[in-house]
Design a protein around this ligand. Structure first.
Ligand SMILES: C[S@@+](CC[C@H](N)C(=O)[O-])C[C@H]1O[C@@H](n2cnc3c(N)ncnc32)[C@H](O)[C@@H]1O
Length: 355
């Protein structure tokens, strides 16, 4: 075999890229610490702070805070003022790092790669054996991480953009219909809709008992438990209540048999009802999915989504970057005739499906 010719410029450029990614991985641990220790919150709106001042505000020890701040400054996560040796969180950085109610709050999302690291041995085994890994068999940090990541999008877009983009659905919700939220996880999507539409009734279903327990707790906290039920049930056999709206939020591609789930939806959908399919944003071809967002989704898909679908029999393992054409085919096979892209964001496709 000929020795490959190494282009030094390309090598250095790729190496810097790989080192940058490694640095981001280290930085993610710092972001998670900053969120959990309240360091970003203590900096938000405070103006320039010395390490001592921040340590006092956050109830932490100065030496650690000082080193953490330098890591933040080196990564562009806080501003460093060399003349005063102080550190400052800009308003824009605060929206992403300090405000838990912001639709772009990031720190909790680092729980997802944390869980992926914990479960690396399971992934190695799955690659070698072809076995699946069920959603409920992952490290516990997965569930709060995913719920937190998607809650951002739902808070920012579900009520103002996605539901209004579906033909006639907001009027139906306002008048009062039954709604199924399939694969609801912690139920953030269910609760947002329940709070906005008091005349409708909402039913969240998920196979993961731990998530259903958390969803019930959140419903009680939100004061909507009377209008919302959460039950463990599979996407292929939750009870028929003649739903005017059936939602699949980021879960269809996780199912071992998405066509069977779509068939069940067809059976329990009321006349004139709508299926809202929310899936990770993806184009139909790999060559059009070369981006940081697609990389994130393909990676999670490898060890989480595909592994779960395989654990459920793997009749059709869509993966988290299925794209609109393959998703449409699932619903066509289940007997639906109407399939339309209603909205999109850099992270999500919102699809309207009708009989
Ligand atoms: C990526 S999470 C999304 C959770 C939630 N919809 C959200 O957007 O935050 C996928 C969810 O699908 C659930 N799930 C997987 N297989 C299922 C099945 N066969 N029936 C019902 N839910 C299922 C998982 O337990 C998990 O909570």
């Amino acid at each position: 075999m000929d020795t490959p010719v190494i282009d030094q410029t390309k090598l250095e450029s790729f190496l810097m890229r790989a080192v940058g990614d490694l640095s981001a991985g280290y930085g993610g641990v710092m972001v998670s610490l900053g969120g959990k220790l309240g360091l970003y919150k203590a900096m938000a709106g405070a103006g320039p702070l010395s390490p001592r001042e921040l340590a006092a505000r956050a109830g932490c020890v100065e030496r650690y805070v000082s080193e953490w701040l330098n890591a933040q400054a080196a990564g562009g996560y806080v501003e460093y003022h060399a003349a005063s040796e102080t550190y400052e969180l800009s308003p824009e950085q605060a929206v992403v790092l300090a405000d838990e109610d912001s639709p772009v709050y990031i720190p909790n999302a680092w729980n997802v790669p944390a869980s992926m690291w914990f479960d690396e041995d399971k992934a190695i085994d799955a690659f070698r054996t072809g076995n699946g890994v069920a959603w409920g068999d992952h490290h516990g940090r997965l569930y709060c991480g995913v719920a937190s990541f998607y809650r951002n999008a739902y808070r920012g877009s579900l009520l103002p953009e996605w539901l209004p983009a579906l033909d006639g659905v907001v009027a139906q919700l306002a008048a009062g219909i039954a709604v199924a939220d399939v694969g609801c996880g912690y139920g953030h999507s269910t609760l947002l809709m329940a709070q906005a539409f008091p005349k409708s009734r909402f039913h969240g279903f998920d196979t993961h008992a731990g998530s259903i327990d958390e969803a019930k707790r959140l419903a009680a906290d939100a004061g909507v438990a009377a209008r919302v039920t959460f039950d463990t049930a599979r996407a292929v056999d939750y009870p028929d209540r003649g739903y005017g709206l059936i939602c699949f939020f980021d879960c269809l591609h996780d199912l071992g048999d998405p066509v069977a789930a779509a068939r069940h939806a067809a059976e329990v959908l009321a006349p004139g009802g709508t299926v809202m399919l929310v899936e990770p944003f993806a184009n139909d071809r790999v060559e059009d999915n070369i981006s940081p967002v697609a990389r994130l989704y393909y990676s999670a898909s490898t060890t989480l989504c595909c592994a779960h679908a395989v654990s459920e029999g793997g009749h059709l393992v869509l993966g988290a970057q299925a794209g609109e054409a393959r998703l449409a085919e699932v619903f066509r096979k289940a007997g639906f005739t109407h399939f339309r892209r209603a909205a999109q964001t850099p992270f999500n496709l919102i699809l309207e499906v009708r009989r």
